[in-house]
Design a protein around this ligand. Structure first.
Ligand SMILES: Cc1cc2nc3c(=O)[nH]c(=O)nc-3n(C[C@H](O)[C@H](O)[C@H](O)COP(=O)(O)OP(=O)(O)OC[C@H]3O[C@@H](n4cnc5c(N)ncnc54)[C@H](O)[C@@H]3O)c2cc1C
Length: 415
């Protein structure tokens, strides 16, 4: 338990008295709910199942170690500045949960509401941001349109007079920011474990066993595990798991890369996104600049990216913040994105009885972690879609009620 007394006691004893945050659970023969995938979404689902709905006979099965997928690979940005009515209530629920998360699970997730600033570079783009800002405010979400001077006061080192992409202003969500991704995973794991959830690492699901059309459990590298209900939260591996139940989903897997520079003194105290290309940047508390850009342009299951995108990200960086050219990039990595056909997620039951789906997070699932867990737990516990996630249905692709946030159509690599 983290309390002032425990911190003091352990500080005085050389921090040797802390116990592991979660047990190394061995799988039981059967659970009421089996969640496949020990990323943020799977663990948050287990946490809220236990905490909010009192369902504790739950296992989270993870093929590697928890957080080894996209949860531990993302660039940690949280925000709720979406445009469309199907998305705004869901992401705003997530934002509100972020705001109380550390108190809720009693773990320091380093939630930092340092603001997310989207730059605009033309009058047309400004008008689009005005529309987005108004949509947000109509839903009670904060949004401020800044002019060029206000942006300059916040982030003076940007290239305001770039010949091709001069900066005219920005749309700011002050409540947006960052959170420490690993700590989010650990906090949910700890909270779920304490309520009786088994977190089983090193346990790959290799098959979904069905009887009379209903899923009755999962085949794993550690044997068969029976389940009343199975929930998939496997991000980039969603198509592989769905194929085990003979399902073909409107999801394709692509690699997204991230980069981190050498550590420097505090430079950037907000998150900035370039409006004329795909580039975004923030500074971690260790001092490294963390940035990223576009997807690699072809489907892949490799957890590493190619050089053309690295070059494009570097070019965008130089266009918006030329001083970055003086820095060394220390590390880069990739994660597998579960890109849906309209760029929005899915939290729903599947046509296979007993099998539920949490997927389609594209670039943006980290910020969604709390609401995703809450709404998926609600669905697993009650069988009903949560009102804030009611639009995130699987059948929207066949009924035409897509949530095409970017207006890019059925082109996953453009979302
Ligand atoms: C480079 C990068 C930058 C990003 N930046 C941001 C950002 O700034 N903000 C934001 O909101 N989002 C961001 N994202 C997206 C975000 O990270 C993801 O959408 C989110 O983490 C998905 O969470 P998850 O729990 O669904 O998936 P994951 O964390 O990937 O968890 C799925 C887990 O399932 C496990 N698994 C897969 N197959 C099996 C199996 N057969 N059996 C058992 N376990 C299995 C995997 O090992 C994995 O641990 C970024 C992603 C990347 C890669």
């Amino acid at each position: 338990m983290f309390s002032a007394a425990a911190l003091l006691k352990n500080a005085l004893s050389g921090h040797t008295g802390w116990t592991p945050h979660w047990r190394k659970a061995a799988p039981k023969p059967r659970y009421d709910v089996v969640i496949v995938g020990g990323g943020g979404h799977g663990l948050a689902t287990a946490y809220y199942l236990a905490k909010v709905f009192g369902i504790t006979n739950v296992a989270v099965l993870e093929k590697g170690w928890i957080g080894s997928g996209n949860a531990g690979r993302n660039t940690t940005i949280i925000r709720s500045n979406y445009l469309l009515p199907g998305n705004i209530p869901f992401y705003e629920r997530s934002m509100k949960l972020w705001e109380g998360l550390e108190q809720d699970f009693n773990f320091n997730a380093m939630v930092s509401q340092r603001g997310v600033l989207n730059l605009y570079h033309s009058d047309g783009q400004r008008d689009a941001y005005v529309r987005r800002g108004n949509a947000l405010r109509l839903h009670g979400v904060d949004a401020d349109l800044l002019d060029r001077d206000q942006v300059r006061a916040m982030v003076p080192m940007l290239d305001f007079d770039n010949a091709r992409f001069p900066i005219e202003g920005g749309l700011l969500q002050r409540r947006g920011g960052t959170a420490r991704h690993d700590a989010v995973v650990w906090g949910y794991a700890r909270g779920a474990d304490r309520r009786g959830v088994d977190i089983v690492e090193g346990c790959e699901v290799t098959g979904l066993r069905r009887e009379n059309g209903r899923v009755v459990g999962v085949e794993t590298t550690r044997g068969f595990i029976g389940a009343g209900t199975v929930g998939l939260a496997v991000a980039g591996n969603t198509s592989r798991l769905a194929a085990m139940a003979d399902l073909r989903l409107p999801i394709e897997s692509y690699v997204l890369q991230a980069f981190v520079s050498e550590g420097i003194k505090p430079l950037l105290d907000t998150v900035v996104t370039f409006g004329a290309g795909h580039f975004y940047i923030s500074q971690s508390d260790k001092g490294g600049l963390v940035f990223g850009g576009d997807l690699d342009p072809f489907p892949s299951y490799a957890q590493r990216g190619g050089l053309p995108v690295a070059e494009d990200v570097a070019a965008c960086a130089m266009a918006v913040m030329p001083m970055l050219g003086r820095l060394k990039i220390l590390r880069s990595w990739g994660g597998i994105m579960d890109m849906s056909q309209d760029g929005s997620p899915i939290i729903d039951r599947t046509p296979v009885e007993g099998l539920f789906l949490n997927a389609g997070w594209c670039y943006g699932g980290f910020k969604a972690t709390p609401a995703s867990g809450w709404c998926f737990a609600h669905l697993l516990a009650t069988g009903e879609l949560h009102p804030d996630a009611a639009a995130l249905r699987l059948d929207r692709f066949s009924s035409g009620r897509v949530i095409d946030e970017k207006g890019a159509g059925a082109t996953p690599n453009l979302h």
